[in-house]
Design a protein around this ligand. Structure first.
Ligand code: AMP
Ligand code: ZN
Length: 423
C-alpha cells in the first residue's frame, strides 16, 4: 500500500471517497448539506468533484455533540476519543472495530518506516485516556510486536526508572516534555547517549520547528521523527516522517489531502503554505468530509527517495487560528520559536505574552551555561535577541531572560501564548 503506483492509489481514493459520501448520506448534518446543493454520491466521479463536497469545521463537530455526526448505530462503536478546543464542549469522535484496526495499521506503517522492529522497547509517554496519543500509538506499536511500556506522562523519576530497567529504545513524547526531561536527566547527571538505550523519539501533538528538533536530538541523543495527527482523523498516524525526514508522508489511502487558502477556500499550489483540509475515506463510524484542520502546511512537490508514493506535507508551521495580530502585523508563534531556538545562548522553554494594548513580551530561559555572571552581557544578549525578533516579525518585543528551568512545563500540550490584551 505504501508504494502503490499513483494511478492505482488515486483509483482507490476515488472508490473510497464515493463509499464515504454514500455512508454520510445517513448523517442528517450531511444529508441537509447535500440536499441544499442537490449533490448525490454518483456525482463524485473524479478527484476534482471533491470540491463539490461541503467543508466540515470544528464548530460543526461541537454543534453536533455528542453523536450527531455518527454514521453507524451506537452498537457498532467501540471507542470514544475527544479533543478539547479553547471553549465549550469537546469534539467527540467515535471508532468502530475496523476503524481502530485501521488506525493501528497506519501507525504500524510509521513504526516500520522509522526502522522500529519487534526487538524495540517502546515507552509511550503520552497521556492515556480521551486523548488519542496514548491508546492509538499503543496499538500501533503492539501490531509491530514491540514491548510496549504504557507509562503515560507520569513523573520523570518513574519514566527514567522504566527506561533504565527495561532498556527503552523508542519514546513517544511532546516537544515541550522532551526539553523538560532532558533538563531532568542533566540534573541527575545522566548522559542519555551513554547511560540509556534510547535511540528514537516520535515527537508530535504540538507544532515545533526544525531548530527545536535539532535541539531535542542534541539534548537526548536520539533520532527525532515528526508525528502528525488529530483526533478528528484517528489521532496520531495521519502523517509521519520516513527515514529521509524530508516532510511527512500523509497516508492517502485513508485521507484525501487538500491545502487551501484559509480565506478563499481555493487550493494553493504545491509548495505554497495554506490550511490542511482532510477527508477521511476509510472510516466507518464517523467519516468527515473536507475537515478544516486549521493547521498550516504545504504539499512538498516531487517524490521521496524512499519510494513511498503517498505525498508529503511540510512540518506544520502553526495554526491559522494561532495568528496574533500585534500592532497590525500578523505574527505566528512559530516565527518566534525559530529565532529563539537558533541561538546557542537560549535554553529550552519560552512564553509569549501580550498585555495592555499591544505589548509583546517574550520570556525565554537561558541555556544553563550562557550566563557568565556579567549583568552587562545579559543586557547585550537581551538587545541582540530583541533585534533578531524585530528583523523577523517587524515588531520589537520586550525580551525577558530567565534562568533555565524557571518557566512552567505542561504535562500535555504546551501553552506558549498568553494573551491578556485589554482589547
Ligand atoms: P488533538 O486532536 O487534540 O490531538 O490535537 C490535534 C492538533 O495538534 C493538530 O490539529 C495540530 O494542531 C496539533 N499537532 C499534532 N501533531 C502535530 C505535529 N507533529 N506538528 C504540529 N502540530 C501538531
Ligand atoms: Zn519517504
Amino acid at each position: 500500500m505504501e508504494t502503490l503506483e499513483r494511478p492505482a492509489l488515486e483509483a482507490l481514493q476515488l472508490q473510497r471517497l464515493q463509499d464515504t459520501v454514500r455512508r454520510v448520506e445517513r448523517v442528517p448534518f450531511y444529508r441537509k448539506k447535500f440536499l441544499a446543493t442537490g449533490l448525490k454520491a454518483e456525482d463524485i466521479q473524479c478527484a476534482d468533484d471533491l470540491r463539490r463536497l461541503p467543508f466540515t469545521t470544528a464548530a460543526d463537530l461541537r454543534e453536533n455533540y455528542p453523536d450527531g455526526l455518527l454514521a453507524v448505530s451506537r452498537d457498532e462503536v467501540l471507542r470514544l476519543h475527544t479533543s478539547s478546543g479553547t471553549t465549550g464542549k469537546p469534539k467527540a469522535l467515535f471508532f468502530s472495530r475496523r476503524d481502530l484496526d485501521n488506525a493501528a495499521e497506519l501507525l504500524a506503517r510509521a513504526f516500520c518506516m522509522t526502522g522500529v522492529t519487534r526487538s524495540d522497547v517502546f515507552q509511550n509517554m503520552m497521556s492515556y485516556g480521551l486523548f488519542t496519543g496514548g491508546l492509538m500509538m499503543h496499538y500501533g506499536a503492539e501490531k509491530i510486536g514491540c514491548l510496549v511500556i504504557p507509562s503515560g506522562p507520569g513523573t520523570s523519576e518513574r519514566q527514567l526508572m522504566l527506561m533504565q530497567d527495561f532498556r527503552t529504545t523508542v519514546v513517544h513524547i511532546t516537544p515541550s516534555y522532551c526539553f523538560y526531561f532532558a533538563d531532568f536527566l542533566e540534573k541527575k547527571g545522566i548522559n542519555p547517549r551513554k547511560d540509556l538505550a534510547l535511540r528514537k523519539a516520535f515527537v508530535g501533538a504540538e507544532p515545533y520547528t526544525e531548530e527545536t528538533c535539532r535541539k531535542i536530538e542534541a539534548a537526548l541523543g536520539v533520532d527525532v521523527y515528526n508525528s502528525y495527527g488529530l483526533t478528528e482523523m484517528n489521532g496520531p498516524g495521519v502523517a509521519f516522517e520516513c527515514e529521509h525526514k524530508s516532510g511527512l508522508h500523509l497516508w492517502e489511502d485513508n485521507f484525501v489531502l487538500e491545502v487551501i487558502h484559509p480565506i478563499t477556500g481555493e487550493p494553493v499550489k504545491d509548495g505554497e503554505t495554506g490550511e490542511l483540509v482532510l477527508t477521511s475515506i476509510n472510516r466507518e463510524a464517523m467519516p468527515l468530509l473536507r475537515y478544516r484542520t486549521r493547521d498550516l502546511t504545504s504539499i512538498i512537490p516531487g517524490t521521496c527517495p524512499c519510494g513511498r508514493t503517498h505525498r508529503r506535507i511540510h512540518r506544520i508551521t502553526g495554526r491559522s487560528d494561532d495568528m496574533l495580530i500585534v500592532r497590525g502585523v500578523n505574527i505566528f508563534p512559530q516565527q518566534i520559536e525559530r529565532v529563539l531556538m537558533a541561538l546557542p545562548q537560549i535554553g529550552r522553554n519560552y512564553v509569549i505574552q501580550l498585555d495592555g494594548l499591544d505589548d509583546l513580551t517574550v520570556t525565554v530561559e537561558l541555556s544553563p551555561s550562557a550566563f557568565d555572571g556579567e549583568v552587562g552581557h545579559l543586557a547585550q544578549l537581551q538587545n541582540q535577541i530583541a533585534e533578531k525578533l524585530r528583523a523577523e516579525l517587524w515588531v520589537r518585543p520586550k525580551v525577558d531572560l530567565v534562568a533555565a528551568g524557571s518557566l512552567p512545563v505542561a504535562e500535555g500540550k504546551a501553552r506558549r501564548v498568553i494573551d491578556k490584551r485589554s482589547i
